[in-house]
Design a protein around this ligand. Structure first.
Ligand code: URP
Ligand code: ZN
Ligand code: ZN
Length: 482
């Protein structure tokens, strides 16, 4: 057989097994896997190193305005380059609707932005204005184009669509086979806390952590699950930050709900004490939901290990530590006026590998599940997320032994800080291929701007039996079709 590339002598890791061998690639796809393959126009000697599916980053804000109108620092070029250096071969950022904007216009806008990507990409569609036209015409059209996940917010005044809006979107998603993602925090609880803190003049960055109570996340997660059950639609809860929220998700998954969730490295690695760094330094660590405490970190790691979370995603939301980002509203802005979010697309997988695999908290196979294969399955990237003949040759070769300190320079993004600065991490993604083409190799960018392709996604393959509320079951509701 003719190969464009052979990866030789790798420790090949998939979601359910690990084996030693070679991979043959032709025309961007894996075409053979065997103990030994000869030939290949290009041979990459893995020397026993780990050969894994390239990461799929499922939660990143790239070339996206925040709810307060601040444009993030990374575009599809810098964001995808940073992702690639961090072991990812594709990503699914958000395409965000402004109120009053049509979904067709949103997609056209992000198509123009996405064209700069060095990695394959898709978008999750953020819906902030679920009008009748959006629900009946525009979302189905987006779905037909292969955008098979929608995201909604239960917080932020300009994004929150209310419970009724959420039920409407869940219903459209159910009809078409899309997954609805949700940022779950109770908006009124947060606003009530904000008002109390403001009345006492407590506006330093650390009060951000106080303003968004764990109860606000737990309540909203419970509510979101109830709404999804009433609509009998699958739900994906993003950036779970609390032990209580994770426990609710675990209980519901065990009882058969079509429910998925992720957490993020910042909730595993950092605490609210980081928000209390001197001066305005704490602003670097403002994200929502906020950082919690050490006990929460331990509980979240337990849920990463036990399978409550299908992914660990970055929630890369890059706002520079200057007037273009965090301090858009002034250098001493009160915490509610500081842009929410932190960068992390380049650090996600090195962090998860080092703190997860190297420290023995998760297996290599779990690393593949959490970094790529679950996202591929849930978000319908059917040709990605595993090493198998027929799949895209999206591959990351990891040196599992080298230890490095995280530096801003190694992130390759457009940011002026990394929240993970100085952390010592073992394991380096040395080579990344996207559809067989080398994107990163030994610390060098090999890709051309714009070589990534938009990936039309399939409907999700979902677990669990779903849920029929009694009141929607004709056998129990006087025969009503509702
Ligand atoms: O603070 C965060 N996470 N900012 C990005 C927007 C969001 O809520 O995901
Ligand atoms: Zn969010
Ligand atoms: Zn986010």
């Amino acid at each position: 057989m003719q190969f464009d590339t052979v990866i030789h002598d790798g420790t090949l890791v998939n979601a359910s097994e690990t084996a030693r061998g070679d991979i043959g690639i032709r025309d961007g796809r894996i075409v053979a896997m065997a103990e030994r393959l000869s030939g290949g126009d290009q041979r990459i000697d893995a020397g026993g190193r780990l050969v894994m599916p390239g990461g799929i980053e499922g939660h990143a804000h790239i070339a996206q305005e925040s709810s307060g109108g601040v444009m993030g620092a990374d575009d599809y070029y810098s964001g995808s380059v940073s992702a690639a250096f961090g072991g990812n071969a594709s990503f699914i950022p958000f395409a965000a609707q402004r109120r009053g904007q049509s979904i067709d216009d949103v997609i056209a806008t992000y198509d123009a932005r996405g064209a700069r990507s060095v990695l394959d990409y898709s978008y999750h569609l953020i819906v902030s204005d679920p009008t009748r036209e959006v629900l009946e015409d525009q979302l189905p059209r987006a779905f037909a184009r292969g955008i098979t996940s929608f995201k909604v917010f239960m917080t932020y005044d300009l994004m929150n669509i209310g419970d009724g809006g959420m039920l409407d979107i869940l219903t459209v998603a159910r009809t078409h086979g899309a997954v609805t993602m949700v940022h779950a925090e109770n908006n009124d609880m947060v606003k009530w806390m904000n008002a109390r803190l403001a009345a006492k003049g407590l506006t330093a960055p650390k009060y951000h952590a106080i303003s968004r109570p764990e109860l606000a996340e737990e309540e909203a997660i419970n509510r979101a699950i109830a709404l999804a059950k009433l609509a009998d639609a699958p739900l994906f809860i993003v950036h779970v930050s609390t032990a209580g929220g994770a426990a609710i998700v675990q209980r519901e998954i065990l009882s058969g709900a079509r429910l998925y969730a992720e957490t993020c490295p910042q909730y595993l690695a950092l605490t609210r004490d980081d928000l209390d760094r001197p001066g305005m330094e704490g602003a670097k660590f403002i994200c929502s939901p906020p950082l919690r405490d050490a006990a929460t970190q331990a509980a979240l790691w337990g849920h990463v290990r036990s399978g409550t979370f299908s992914s660990v995603s970055s929630d890369h939301a890059p706002y520079r530590f200057d007037e273009s980002g965090k301090f858009r509203n002034g250098a001493e802005a009160p915490y509610p006026q500081i842009a929410n979010g932190m960068p992390g697309i380049g650090a996600r997988l090195p962090y998860l590998f080092s703190e997860g695999v190297v420290k023995g908290r998760i297996s290599l196979e779990q690393f593949v599940q959490l970094s790529a294969s679950n996202a591929a399955r849930i978000f319908g990237m059917t040709s990605k997320g595993s090493l198998m003949p027929g799949m895209d040759a999206d591959i990351a070769i990891w040196d599992p032994e080298t230890t490095r300190r995280v530096t801003l320079g190694d992130q390759h993004d457009n940011m002026d800080y990394t929240p993970f600065e100085g952390m010592e991490l073992t394991g380096v993604p040395e080579t990344v291929l996207n559809r067989g083409s080398m994107i990163v190799h030994k610390g060098r960018l090999m890709a051309q701007e714009g070589q990534g392709r938009f990936v039309p996604r399939a409907p999700a393959k979902l677990d669990g039996p779903g849920h029929t509320a009694k009141e929607r079951d004709p056998a129990q509701n006087f025969g009503t079709d509702i």
